[in-house]
Design a protein around this ligand. Structure first.
Ligand code: IMP
Length: 181
């Protein structure tokens, strides 16, 4: 099976992704300077973005990982029911935390994460999302860094999956609607 055959189109090609991530890395580096931020990757979707963003940064920083359930199985709609599957290994009290997310859709997942992380008293908590789908936002969340605003389409690639596949594509593509309808 060729995963590419199930795509309606490529929305963001690899070179545009990389160029924007390079800019974000420079901006984050300027903003944090010597604060030694902790980048928190939201698994699994954020893993490609985290690894490229980290390499685009030129300041000392740490990495940690968290997994949160959102969509189950083949579904393309958020259930609104969110829970922690894997927690951080670091103590974030008095740390400057930057949450690195693949995509913000309704905002439920991030809203839940931000609430939990804030109870742990970080020195600061900011959000860096590669993709933002403003059309579907339910929760009012401030995104401090955004790679791209995208239309309300189901996208895959560069960490984002459908039924656990497509994460390895080096670009962001739109899945053919007949794949999930
Ligand atoms: P939210 O809670 O609705 O903001 O959903 C956020 C999570 O849903 C993301 O971290 C993704 O895992 C997943 N998600 C939302 N939109 C898409 C999409 O277009 N493609 C793949 N996954 C998505």
């Amino acid at each position: 099976m060729r995963l590419e055959d199930n795509l309606a189109k490529i929305l963001i090609p690899s070179d545009r992704l990389q160029a924007r991530i390079y800019e974000l890395g420079a901006q984050v580096s300027r903003d944090y300077g010597d604060l030694r931020p902790l980048l928190v990757c939201v698994l699994k979707g954020g893993v490609m973005f985290l690894s490229d963003l980290s390499r685009a940064m030129n300041i000392p920083h740490e990495l940690d990982f968290m997994a949160i359930s959102s969509y189950g199985g083949k579904r393309v709609e958020s259930s609104g029911v969110v829970r922690i599957i894997l927690d951080l290994t670091s103590n974030i009290e008095n740390r400057h935390v930057l949450v690195v997310e693949d995509i913000v859709d309704t905002g439920h997942t991030l809203n839940y994460m931000v609430d939990i992380l804030n109870t742990r008293n970080p020195a600061s908590l900011k959000i860096c999302a590669l993709l933002n789908k403003p059309a579907r936002r339910d929760k009012d969340i401030q995104l401090d860094y955004v790679g791209f605003d995208i239309p309300n389409e189901f996208v895959v690639g560069y960490g984002l999956d459908f039924d656990e596949l497509y994460r390895n594509l080096p670009y962001i593509g739109v899945l053919k609607p007949e794949m999930y309808s």
